[in-house]
Ligand binder design. Structure first.
Ligand SMILES: Cc1ncc(COP(=O)(O)O)c(C=O)c1O
Ligand SMILES: [Zn+2]
Length: 404
């Protein structure tokens, strides 16, 4: 019902193989479902609870009644009326992935990824992370009762995420280098020491994340929006969401496909540069930099999948400055009441920029994915927003500070 296939050479591999890239040509692997065997109707779906496992026939696990789950998915899709006016667009929605159990979309990947780790008999899991992957993996490994190792770029992790990894008992190691270097190291370590790698190069993990697309379609009464805007770092999520829409389309559950739109931070934008130059591969950036630490990635491993998603969907890629990201974070927080971390706000910042440039039409129906919760990175709020004032405890002092 599903196989593991190389996206470059097409060779297929045993789904019990513990591999992360094609042993033949080093290409990325993807899970391919034989969709003609999948029986799934809208009516059947609507009878089930609204969470990731509602779509269990499209999740590549051997036994969907024995999964490592924290009840992930089922996140809200908000109509963003106040921003429709502000940005000048007809119909805008925010898919708020911060509402997942550990506060980011990574939980969708980890419920499948850690279930897979157990199926394959792994005793330990590992990842390199810009923060959210480690927070999520630590929680799911704890739930599964297996050891978790995380490598982080030292000093470049938002404090809430670091706290989560520590809280859930992962072994946390700071590497004095950026994420890309940490990923190289953990890949080598995992192969050498039989640790199961759960970065987004792991094709099973991306299968969980494709449920973002299923839910968006489901929440829009089984239709696709015109466009989905996604913040991009390692290029896994945008690829997964595109795969989800394609599968729903092939199953006849939606009639159209959205235009995928990837947004990176200006200081870490290899995908945007490659896309705009019409190149088929990215040029790694050795020193990525942005306030949005979650997407501070210079050598995205899933770039071939993301470039394919952009090509197939007639998509767009754009970069935004840190200032534009903070401005968008403020809009989400103060006009919609949705608190997101900086990387997430890149989607709204990108939408605004593309609308102003005329690249996105104002009559489109657009979904922006906000990927992680505001409390992941409280330091950004303390350094970029108004500070609280402190006063003596008297009514006069209180009135003075409020009414002047
Ligand atoms: C909050 C947030 N947004 C966006 C991303 C980017 O996702 P991807 O690396 O799959 O492109 C990440 C990844 O770490 C993230 O944590
Ligand atoms: Zn291959």
């Amino acid at each position: 019902m599903f196989v593991l296939r190389c996206i470059e050479c097409g060779r297929e591999y045993d789904r019990r193989a513990m591999i992360y890239q094609c042993p033949g040509c080093s290409g990325l692997l993807e899970v391919v479902f034989q969709l003609e065997d999948v029986q799934l109707s809208r009516a059947e779906l609507e009878r089930r609870p609204f969470n990731l496992w509602r779509y269990r026939e499209l999740m590549p696990v051997e036994n969907s009644t024995r999964v490592v789950s924290l009840n992930e998915g089922g996140t809200p899709l908000y109509r963003a009326r106040a921003l429709e006016e502000e940005l000048g667009i007809k119909e805008l929605y925010v898919k708020n992935e911060g509402a997942n159990p550990t506060g980011s979309f990574k939980d969708r990947g980890m419920t499948v990824g850690v279930t897979k780790a157990l199926e394959l008999g792994a005793r330990a899991v590992g990842c390199a992370s810009t923060g959210n992957t480690s927070a999520s993996l630590a929680a799911y490994a704890a739930r599964a009762g297996i050891k978790c190792l995380v490598l982080l770029p030292a000093g470049k992790i938002a404090i809430g995420k670091l706290a989560q990894a520590l809280l859930h008992g992962a072994q946390v190691i700071g590497i004095k280098a950026n994420f890309d270097v940490a990923l190289k190291l953990i890949r080598e370590l995992c192969v050498k020491h039989n640790i199961y790698l759960l970065n987004s190069i792991n094709p099973w993990r991306l299968e969980g994340q494709k449920s973002e697309a299923f839910e968006i379609a489901d929440q829009l009464n089984f239709s696709a929006p015109d466009r989905v805007v996604v913040p991009v770092g390692n290029c896994g999520n945008i690829s997964a969401i595109w795969k989800g829409f394609r599968e729903f389309h092939e199953l006849g559950l939606i009639d159209t496909l959205p235009v995928m739109t990837g947004v990176q931070a200006e200081g870490a934008s290899p995908l945007v540069k490659a896309f705009k130059a019409g190149k088929s591969s990215i040029e790694p950036e050795p020193q990525p930099e942005t306030i949005a630490t979650a997407i501070r990635i210079g050598a995205p491993v899933n770039a071939p999948k993301a470039l394919r998603a952009l090509r197939e969907s007639n998509g767009v890629a754009e970069s935004v400055t840190d200032e534009e990201i903070i401005e968008a974070q403020k809009l989400l927080a103060r006009r919609l009441g949705i608190g997101v971390e900086p990387a997430s706000a890149a989607s709204i910042a990108g939408l605004r920029k593309l609308l102003e440039a005329g690249e996105i039409a104002r009559d489109e129906r657009v979904v922006c994915v906000t990927t992680g919760h505001a409390l992941k990175d409280p330091e950004v709020i303390f350094s970029r927003y108004e500070k609280p004032v402190e006063i003596e405890p008297s009514i006069e002092a209180l009135e003075k500070v409020i009414y002047g």
